[in-house]
Design a protein around this ligand. Structure first.
Ligand code: FEO
Ligand code: CA
Ligand code: CA
Ligand code: CA
Length: 601
């Protein structure tokens, strides 16, 4: 068994060059193999994947979803204190879909512009999360454990509980849940975070695109996120007019809020907790962590008797980074999701001098309450602000609350990671081409930031509950020669071995190496999207992996022994990974070292 943070962080592999080929590239001495592509049967009747796109909606509900994103490996014996590296639950998100690839002839419409209901069913089922029980055989080959009761699909239609302060708030009343306690489905699940008690939090990122609102005016809960008059996939137009589908029309249809779905969009934008070891458990939307375009969530190491702390980014241009601190203390023996239901949500302000502050978004905090009072009667962003009804209203409108608090608008915060050796917290700021010269600040210093950067901070006194921190920029992404300068010295100068743009996925492995995944542009000189490894101590960075054409590389985890690495490939192009088929399939890639050694060492 390894103790995190006690072994070498040096990068022992030879960097791979940039690549434009439609295949995965790994270093010399390593091998890769695709695993769990979209459509792999994992539950129920285990319906075979049909390469012509003719699987039904019911089939998709029993198969791996599309557009793989964040992912975690839970050792099968974890509950009993074990650390298996040969059997476990691989849990992964399915962020969105390729409508052209998912059906035989792409998305279709009837003569009256409605959509065939089974197409809608299939698209909703291709979203969400897959829990897959996997095991290595005697030859070291990984496969699905056929018939395991732990295999599970959670989809855009699975019933879920609303938890925390927003539960039961009248702005969540719907025809489905007149008391605002439940909803159906999780959508646009991008990054994730494993909790200290062995469950999985999945993030709801660009959920706004799934709803249509044709009312003349929209509520502020939708305006701040950009819900439009048309939805991305037109699910509300399903021709069977099933309640499950018409709910994506969030227009007010007359009468009261509990007679239609005007409030349905208020049940999305949260972190959702799934217990992978309890397939009967209902997923829980944890509203105390705020409602926004959640990307990853990263927990600080849990300490006995102290609050639970986690961080989450809001991936939109000029949005913010948040921290949640639980009210109740963590005790390993009794820890659970209830710890995420009571606490304080903070938002980050990065000062020009390298210091930073956490601003409470809590009506009982005098500083915040004073700012809320002062903002009443003004326009905040695009919203005429008339106050918050209560703390549930604050959390439902987290972005608005953060505007009022005076947080620092960032260059699209994506994933976070905590260095097991130093306790520093890292976040990717993927890019922001809309930032103008007069909008730059020390933490986001690049105008038209097309390549992105990675920021990090250390909490005051290395106490994760602290109200202040010290920050610096770990690295600026870009072309060859891009420098990251500290006290006048270039501590990183990018070269052929490590040019990259648009850092997105971020993960510290169990030895303290930092893995950086990209979701950006593939023009020369960058080529296809990639994954690099960094030594956080020396800032040495080397390209480890290049994905196939058109994809982003997102989601990475290893087994506890660091000898099997899982990497997700999202929205590949053409017919990757199977040249004999005629449509692309998102897939996981298993990376191993030919000598059986530790990945990256
Ligand atoms: Fe879905 Fe922010 O990446
Ligand atoms: Ca992402
Ligand atoms: Ca991204
Ligand atoms: Ca993506």
């Amino acid at each position: 068994t390894q103790t995190p943070g006690t072994t070498e962080r040096a990068l022992g592999f030879q960097a791979v060059p940039v690549s434009m080929d439609n295949q995965v590239v790994v270093p010399e001495g390593y091998s890769s193999k695709t695993f769990l592509p979209w459509g792999t049967p994992i539950t129920g009747s285990y319906p075979d994947y049909r390469a012509d796109g003719t699987n039904s909606g019911a089939d998709q509900e029993e198969q791996v979803g599309m557009h793989h994103d964040g992912m975690h490996f839970f050792p099968i014996d974890q509950k009993s204190g074990g650390n298996s590296s040969t059997e476990g639950l691989l849990v992964m998100n399915h962020e969105y879909i390729n409508q052209k690839a998912i059906h035989a002839e792409g998305a279709t419409y009837n003569a009256d512009d409605s959509r065939p209901a089974d197409e809608v069913r299939k698209e909703i089922a291709a979203h969400g999360v897959s829990v897959v029980h996997i095991k290595q055989d005697a030859n070291g080959e990984w496969d699905v454990v056929f018939g395991s009761a732990l295999n599970r699909r959670v989809t855009g239609g699975t019933e879920m509980e609303i938890r925390g302060p927003v539960r039961g708030y009248h702005k969540l009343f719907t025809k489905f849940s007149p008391n605002g306690n439940r909803t159906r489905g999780t959508l646009n699940n991008c990054s994730m975070g494993p909790t200290p008690w062995g469950t999985y939090l999945t993030a709801e990122e660009n959920w706004h695109g799934y709803f249509a609102n044709s009312d003349a005016t929209q509520p502020r809960e939708q305006i701040r996120h950009g819900v439009g008059s048309e939805s991305r996939y037109d699910w509300e137009l399903a021709d069977n007019k099933a309640d499950q589908y018409v709910r994506f029309n969030v227009s007010a249809l007359g009468g009261s809020a509990s007679e239609d779905y005007r409030n349905e969009a208020n049940t999305f934008g949260f972190m959702v907790e799934i217990d992978p070891f309890n397939p009967e458990s209902m997923p829980q939307k944890r509203t105390a962590l705020g409602r926004f375009g959640h990307e990853g969530v990263i927990f600080a190491p849990a300490k006995e008797g102290e609050p639970v702390v986690c961080y989450s980014g809001d991936d939109s241009r000029f949005e913010y980074i948040y921290k949640f601190v639980s009210s109740k203390p963590y005790y390993a023996a009794t820890a659970g999701g209830y710890l995420l239901d009571e606490g304080t949500l903070y938002v980050a302000r990065f000062n020009e001098d390298g210091s930073g502050e956490w601003l409470a978004l809590d009506l009982e905090d005098p500083a915040f309450a004073g700012k809320v009072d002062a903002a009443k009667g003004t326009t905040v962003g695009d919203v005429a602000f008339d106050g918050f009804e209560n703390q549930a209203d604050v959390l439902l409108n987290t972005r608005l609350a953060a505007d009022i608090a005076g947080a620092t608008p960032m260059d699209r915060p994506e994933w976070g990671a905590v260095d097991p050796n130093t306790g520093e917290v890292y976040f990717t700021l993927t890019n922001n081409t809309k930032r103008t010269e007069d909008q730059v600040n020390a933490a986001n210093p690049v105008a038209q930031n097309k390549n992105g950067h990675i920021i990090r901070w250390q909490e005051a006194g290395n106490d994760y509950t602290a109200g202040s921190f010290e920050w610096d920029i770990f690295v600026f992404a870009g072309e060859q020669g891009t420098e990251t300068v500290v006290d006048g010295d270039a501590v990183v100068t990018l070269n052929d071995d490590n040019i990259f743009n648009s850092p997105d996925g971020l993960w510290f492995d169990y030895n303290g190496r930092l893995w950086i995944q990209t979701d950006g542009y593939s023009d020369e000189p960058f080529g296809n999207q990639m994954m690099l490894a960094a030594n956080p101590e020396t800032r040495e960075i080397k390209r480890f992996f290049v994905g196939p054409q058109g994809c982003e590389v997102t989601g990475v985890v290893t087994t506890p022994d660091s000898k099997t690495m899982f990497v997700n490939i999202q929205h590949p192009r053409g017919n990757w990974p199977n040249a004999a088929e005629d449509r692309p399939r998102d897939a996981c890639v298993i990376v191993t070292r030919n000598d059986g050694g530790v990945i990256g060492a």
